[in-house]
Structures are given as C-alpha cells and as structure tokens.
Design a protein around this ligand. Structure first.
Ligand SMILES: Nc1ncnc2c1ncn2[C@@H]1O[C@H](COP(=O)(O)OP(=O)(O)OP(=O)(O)O)[C@@H](O)[C@H]1O
Length: 873
C-alpha cells in the first residue's frame, strides 16, 4: 500500500488502470508481493467492470481487499504522507485531538463489510457527533490565522505505519488540508476516464461528508470486523497500535490492553493470505473473562486447522483430499493429518512462547497438595516411528502452576476431507516425552517422604492404557525404550527412588527406631494374591473400627533399596499378564506395593506400623473394543478392571472435592476397599500419574485416560483453574500436634538429613503413633445395640439410595444427549459406543454400591457375617 501511495495511486480508478507491467516501475520486485498484488488488481478490475457498479460498491471491494485507505474515492483522497518523521512531529494538539475523538465510553466501531449499507444505516448519535465535529473542524481550518497543521488527524491503515516505530500513535496528523491538491487536479492526474470515473463522481454530498467524517474520527479501520483482529494479530506493525484503539471484540486487543508487550508483538511474523484465511473463520467474540481465559480463547483460535476450506476470494480450491493434498492458489498444500498437526503444533508453540510461558519465579511445587494429578507422555516407540502415518498427537505445555495438554484429534468428514480437532486438558503437571522418572519423583513424590515420618499415609497410582508406560514409571527401566541397552539412571523406577530416600532417612541418627517392611500383592478378578508368597490368596477384611486388614499377606523386612527391588522383581514375575489387541504382554491386574514404615517401641520388642507408602500400578485401562474379540474370561477380566477403575475415580474425586466421607464409595470395588486406609485421614496424600501414548493410533484410549484423570480434579481445561470445591480442599491440613516443618523437611530437595534430630525425635515420640483415622466412614457397629445398628444401616441405605438416584437421573440426561448426538451424526458412532459403555459401567458401579448397603442391612437384621463379600461373586 505505501508503494501504491508513493506512486499517487490511492483511488479505485487509478488502481483499475494498473497492470502487471507497472509493478516493476512501482518497485514491487518480490515475487510473493507481485502475486498478491496481481490477484488484488484483478479482483478490483472485475468489480469495477461490472456495469452497474457505484463508486461506493467499488469502495466496498477495496475496503475488503486493501483496507480503507484505498477505499476512499477520488474526490476524498488525500495524498499520502510520505515523510513519517514530519508527520509524527506534526501531532495534533491535545485539544484538537480530543475534539475529534469519539466519546471516551464509545468503542471504536468495526467497519462493516458493505460500506454502502453501513453509510445508509449509520445514523446513530455518535456518528452525527463525529459529523458535527468534522464540520466544526472544517470551519476552524478555513478561518484565517488558525494553524490547521495540527488539526486533522485522519484514519490510517495499519499498513501505512512505519515498521521500525514502536510507540507511534495511529492517530497521526495528515498533511494540512489547506495543502491538499484540488480534487479536480488530482483526478485529471490520475486520468481515470469513462464510466468508472464518472461513477466515482456521483457520490452525493451527504455520502461524501459521511466518508469524511469517518476518516476524521481517526479510528483504525481495516475493513470487515472479523478479519481485523486477525490482520492486526499477524501484522508486524501492530506494535504501534495503542490498545484503546483496538476493538473490544479482538482477543489480541484484550491482550494488548493487558500486556502492551510491544516487543513481543513486533516480533510477530507476517503471514500468508492462506494463513489469514485460516484464522478468519474463528470466532473472536466473548470478550469477557480474565486474562487467562482470553489467552486460552486466543489459543483455541490458533488451533483451527481447516486448511481445506475455500478462501475469502474463492481462490482456494479444494480437491479431494484423499491423497492428502489440495491445491491452494496453484500451490500444492499438504492436508494430511501429519501436515495439519505439524502446522498446529508450530502455531501453538509460537503462541505459548508469547503468552503461556510460566513466570520464572513461580514455584510450581506444592508439597502439601492433597491430591495431585499429573500426566506423562511417553516417547514414540520404534515401531510407532517406523509405522507409516504414525503421528504424535499429544502436545504438552508447562504453564508453571499447572500443565496443559492439547490432543490433536484427527477426524475425517463425510466428504473424506481430513481435519484436526484440538482438545485441551489441564492438570497439576504435565510431562513430555523427554521427561524422566527422576523429574516425576522430584516434582510429586520426594516431598511426601518426610510426611511419612509424621505419621501420614500416601499413595501413588499409575493409570493408563496398556503400553502407555505405567510399569516403566513405577518399576523403571535400565533402557530408555528407544535406545536399547543404554543405562539411564534418571529412569530408575519410583519404587527405587522412594526406597533410597526412605533408607537414607532411617539411617539418620535419631531415626534408627524406624524400619521398612514391604508387601506386594495383586488384585485380579476381585481377589487378592500375594506376589511374595507364591501367589497365595489373601483376604481383605475390615475390622469393627473400620480398619482394613489383609490376613494371609506376607510382609518382608527390607534393609536397602536394592534388596527391595530384588524382591519386587521376583514378585512381578508372578503378576497376571495377558494379550490384548494393543499389547501382547498387558498387565491384567492391579499391582499394589506397600512400604510400611514400622516403628520399634522403646523396649525394642514390638514393632507397629507408623505410616504407609503405597504404589499402585493399575491394570491397563483398555476399552471394551480391545477385548471385543477376546474370550469370555478376558472380557470379564476387562469388565472387572473397568469397574474397579471407575470406582477408584469416584473415590479420588470425592476426596478431591471434600465430599462427606460417609458418601465416599469405597465399597464400589475390591481395589477401593483395599486402598481405603490410604485415603482416609485428613493428612493423606495421593498422586495420580496418568500415562499416555503419543501416537495417532492410540488417540481414543488416550482421550479416555485424560478424561478419567480430568474428572478427578476438574481443572478448567484451558485456564487450569480449579473448581471452588476442589481448590478449598486441595491442600492437606497439617495437624498442629505433629512436628512443624522441621529439619527432616530438608530432605525434600537436598536428599540429606541433618544429623542432630534429637529434638525432633522427642516431638515425634510425643505425637500420636498413627495418622488420624476418621470414624465417620464406618460406624462402629459393635458399640451399638442391635436395633440401633439396624436403624443406622437403614438410614445409610436410604441416604445412599437417594444419592444414587440423583446421580442416575443426571446420567439419564447425559445418555439422552449422547444418544441424540449419535442419532444425528452417525460418524461419531465409535465415540458413542465408548461413552455408552462408560455410562453403563458407572451405573453398574452405583448399583453395586447400593447392593452393598442393602446386604449390610440384611446381614445386620439376620445376624450374618459382615466381612467383605464381593457381590459380583
Ligand atoms: N517414558 C518412557 N521412555 C521410554 N520408554 C518408555 C517410556 N514409557 C514406556 N516406555 C516403553 O513402552 C513400553 C510399554 O511400557 P509399559 O510396559 O511400562 O506399559 P504399561 O502401561 O505398564 O503397560 P501394561 O498396562 O500393559 O502393563 C515398554 O517397552 C517401555 O520400555
């Protein structure tokens, strides 16, 4: 545009005369610019050639294509201000500037698509005010002796602004009106004969003044409302636009208002037309909300991948994209999933660099977080890399105080075009494929170790689809998975790292009375098997005080981390595995490792459990589809796994939101019964590590894993904000009677404990031996008279029934939605089936819970045995 202006071409008629042959003379050498200009000129010519075109319609075309600076008709055009220095030194005086500014509370009005319509209907008060102010201004200017130099800032396009200026205002002074060349002179100079020029002269005086008024409002007008924000976003010269001139609809405007990071914005790359088009279809509305949500809306706009749509001007043609390529303006564009994901990835990286990077001073580690949910992405396996078309669809971002993860979900439309839907999830932490077990340990687990010496129980789960890296995370690997036989100490397992710290702690003077005992068992088909005792069956019973015990489970005293790993290795070889369509050696059971911190009493004779650290390597969370072709036994196995995982989720969720402990559904499955003691107690801590596979072939199970993990804490998927219920219950309540954060806490980061612990030992000995166990979970039936006990159980049953009915009602609503969606869009059948499956499993779990209550009541009535009985048996 500056080039055109420089050549005096600033009106449609002059443009219409343009030809490719003029480009050289105009100094337009760059091939890309020439191509763009060629297309623009062709379109302008086509518009002008239509016999019934009025000049305002031509203006409209120009406004759409080149912005308003060139949409002025010949009679209104002013010569370009070529000397920017001069013009910026001729800033309007404050008074005059105010005179022409819109009222403070009036937002700049975006220019509409059709200038004609705009002008006809634009008769509101602000417009009339502007018009009035213009005529006053004109009068002032014409008064002799008045310096008009500073009096009329004009609207200017972004393109006219200098690239290297960072603080210039858009309301720059135009040259003096008095200095303008007479219109007639300019018209003859432009030599725009015939119909077009005469149509240009047909503008009514009213329209003319309206256009003038528009110009003199000094508002930034780039054309249609939607493209504006995008054009601004991508234009280098954006940095010179003061925030208040940006329309409130623009997410970037909002960001500018917040940040005014002119440096970052000036670094924005300019984009191709096709890139612009990609952004145009994205809604930029909804300007309310805080910075974070604006940021995320902005992010979402970047994730629109639809390369295959026709462009604004219709130059982009979509051919069948079955071959993954479409022709855009004569160029071949790769629309394969891989290319689209790569494009999105780059855009999102750029956005993250600009707006999402965590504050360097921010401390993301909160050792007192009660329930921490983190996601770990494993690297692509060799076979996945080799497999044709396998693409990485997981994109993690570390925002410091939370982690966000985008899943690029591939979709094929009915017309076989390929698109990518970017789904966002937020968790406490996310770890990318380069992360190590050591990083995970340091982030979430090491901080728990000192708390164990305060009598606190802790549990760590690895959850995820088969083959997603759960065992790798828990047990560790001496190979990286990609580079065999490479010893990688940073990927030693979490078991091992925790054991190292524990043994180091108990060897510290003052802690010698502590010892470590280990037990390892698996939960398979609702039954428990001791992996350190030839898979002997173990019972799971709850005593009258509500404590869970495991008759038959062996506990082994261990004296070093290596010794512990040896027995774990042996025990793991007994673990039930099986084949699924996704993994030939899939874990079919939940493996539970318990490290008991035992304390020897002062006379040295008795040992009692002081606290417990439990690791749970959960069975692969395969979907129904995985086991669809398997035997009945395998399907039952899968169903059992799903039921227990579902119950676990509900339990953790209830703990995260601080729901009444009376309603925590521990009895939903054997797994949750077993883990009950690790959860209860105000000071218990849990960490869930959701493991995901990165490749495109696993996107569905990955989404299921993420939805599962997301349900636990329900962070806002874009901004990472926690819901009020979870936020208020997020931190463990440190018991005032326990030792204050003391010397032992130095372990958290330094892995060493200071030697003088005598004072602390005294405090520890004075403190309660066990973590507090709430009594509200289960009533101590033994202390109640028989009929009281029955009444309590009946009350519980009724309460539970009511709760479950309300949940069932909510589920029916969900079911209505998903069945209607499936009915309307048969494309989403796969998703529908998996959702339906999940709903059914949840319903079954609720029914199982209710049946437990019913059974408890009936047993109490009939005086039967109240030990655990699995209803599914
Ligand atoms: N972070 C990682 N880095 C390198 N390799 C990994 C990583 N995570 C997993 N792997 C590799 O991926 C494969 C599957 O991992 P793993 O056995 O831990 O999966 P899993 O989730 O435990 O599966 P299952 O539920 O079936 O037991 C292994 O070969 C492992 O070495």
């Amino acid at each position: 545009v500056p080039t055109f202006h420089a050549a005096g071409i600033d009106n449609p008629a002059a443009l219409a005369q343009l030809d490719v042959s003029h480009f050289e003379a105009l100094g337009v050498k760059d091939g890309e610019d020439r191509r763009k200009l060629f297309f623009l000129v062709q379109r302008i010519k086509m518009a002008c050639d239509k016999s019934d075109q009025t000049s305002s319609e031509v203006d409209s075309v120009l406004a759409k294509t080149m912005g308003p600076s060139l949409s002025l008709n010949a009679s209104q055009a002013v010569e370009p201000d070529l000397d920017m220095k001069q013009s910026s030194s001729q800033q309007p005086s404050k008074e005059n500037q105010q005179e022409i500014l819109p009222p403070a509370n009036q937002s700049p009005r975006p220019m509409r698509r059709h200038v004609d319509t705009d002008l006809k209907h634009d008769d509101d008060e602000s417009f009339l005010e502007n018009k009035a102010s213009l005529s006053n201004q004109k009068e002032d200017i014409s008064k002799p002796g008045k310096d008009s130099t500073d009096s009329e800032p004009t609207a200017t396009s972004v393109e006219e602004l200098p690239t290297n200026t960072s603080t210039v205002t858009t309301r720059r002074t135009s040259r003096r009106i008095a200095e303008q060349k007479p219109v007639s002179e300019r018209q003859s100079k432009l030599a725009a004969p015939g119909k077009r020029s005469s149509s240009l002269n047909r503008l009514s005086a009213d329209t003319e003044s309206k256009i003038n008024s528009r110009r003199t409002t000094g508002l930034l007008q780039l054309g249609p409302a939607e493209p504006r924000s995008i054009a601004m976003r991508v234009n280098k010269r954006l940095s010179v636009i003061p925030a208040e001139t940006v329309a409130p609809m623009s997410p970037l405007g909002e960001l500018l208002a917040d940040k005014m990071d002119t440096k970052a914005l000036s670094d924005l790359p300019s984009v191709q037309l096709s890139d612009l088009h990609d952004q145009l279809s994205v809604s930029t509305s909804n300007s309310s909300g805080d910075k974070a949500s604006r940021q995320s809306r902005f992010s979402r706009s970047l994730t629109n991948p639809d390369i295959g749509r026709p462009s604004i001007g219709g130059h982009q043609h979509r051919s069948s994209s079955m071959n993954g390529r479409v022709s855009v303006q004569g160029r071949k564009v790769d629309t394969s999933f891989k290319a689209q994901i790569e494009k999105l990835r780059q855009e999102n990286i750029q956005e993250f660099e600009m707006f999402g990077k965590p504050d360097a001073n921010q401390d993301a580690y909160d050792d007192n977080m009660r329930i921490r949910v983190m996601v770990r992405k494993r690297p692509m396996s060799r076979s996945e890399i080799v497999a044709a078309g396998d693409v990485d669809v997981i994109h993690p971002f570390d925002h410091g105080s939370y982690g966000r993860l985008l899943v690029y979900n591939p979709k094929t439309r009915v017309d076989l075009t390929k698109t990518i839907e970017a789904l966002s999830f937020s968790f406490d932490n996310v770890f990318d494929e380069k992360s190590t077990n050591a990083q995970i340990y340091e982030t979430a687990i090491r901080g728990m170790i000192p708390n164990l010496f305060e009598g606190q129980w802790a549990s760590i789960f690895a959850y995820g689809q088969t083959g997603s890296g759960k065992t790798f995370t828990m047990m560790g690997s001496t190979v990286t998975g990609l580079n065999e036989n490479t010893f990688d100490p940073s990927n030693l397992g979490l078991y091992y790292m925790a054991a190292l710290d524990l043994f180091q702690a108990i060897r510290t003077p003052g802690f010698e009375h502590f010892g470590i005992r280990a037990s390892l068992f698996e939960i398979y088909g609702g039954k428990l098997y001791d992996l350190l005792n030839d898979k002997g069956q173990v019972k799971c019973l709850e005593d009258s005080a509500g404590r869970v015990c495991f008759p038959g489970l062996t506990e082994h005293a261990v004296y070093s981390a290596d010794e512990l790993m040896d027995i774990i290795d042996q025990g793991s070889s007994f673990r039930a595995t099986g084949s699924t369509s996704r993994n030939a050696d899939s874990s079919r059971s939940h493996a539970v490792l318990q490290l008991h911190l035992v304390e020897t009493t002062q006379n040295g004779k008795n040992q009692s459990e002081f606290s417990r650290l439990t690791f749970i390597d959960l069975a692969g969370s395969e979907r129904g589809a995985d086991t669809a072709t398997a035997s009945r036994a395998t399907r039952l196995e899968g169903s059992d796994i799903n039921t227990s995982l579902l119950a676990l989720k509900e339990v953790i969720r209830a703990l995260a939101t601080g729901d009444s402990m009376a309603h925590v559904p521990f009895r939903g499955s054997r797994l949750t019964q077993v883990l009950k003691e690790s959860f209860v107690g105000e000071n218990s801590q849990s960490v869930m590590i959701a493991c995901v596979s990165p490749n495109i072939g696993n996107v569905e199970p990955t989404l299921n894993t993420l939805r599962y993990a997301d349900r636990v804490k329900e962070r806002n998927s874009e901004t990472g904000e926690l819901s009020a219920a979870v936020a208020s219950n997020m931190r463990r309540k440190v018991n005032g009677r326990l030792p204050p954060p003391s010397k032992i806490n130095s372990m958290k980061r330094s892995n060493s404990i200071e030697t003088d612990n005598s004072e602390m030992l005294e405090e520890l000995l004075a403190s309660p031996k066990q973590a507090e166990r709430p009594t509200s979970v289960d009533i101590d039936y033994s202390t109640l008279p028989e009929d009281n006990k029955c009444r309590e159980l009946a009350n519980e049953l009724i309460m539970e029934h009511k709760r479950i009915m309300s949940e069932m009602l909510a589920m029916v609503k969900d079911e209505m939605t998903i069945v209607n969606q499936a009915d309307a869009d048969h494309e989403g059948l796969k998703e529908y089936v998996s959702q339906l499956n999940a709903v059914h499993e949840q319903q079954l779990s609720h029914i199982a819970i209710l049946r437990e209550h019913l059974l408890a009541y009936r047993i109490a009535q009939t005086g039967g045995d109240d030990s655990f009985e699995d209803l599914r048996d």
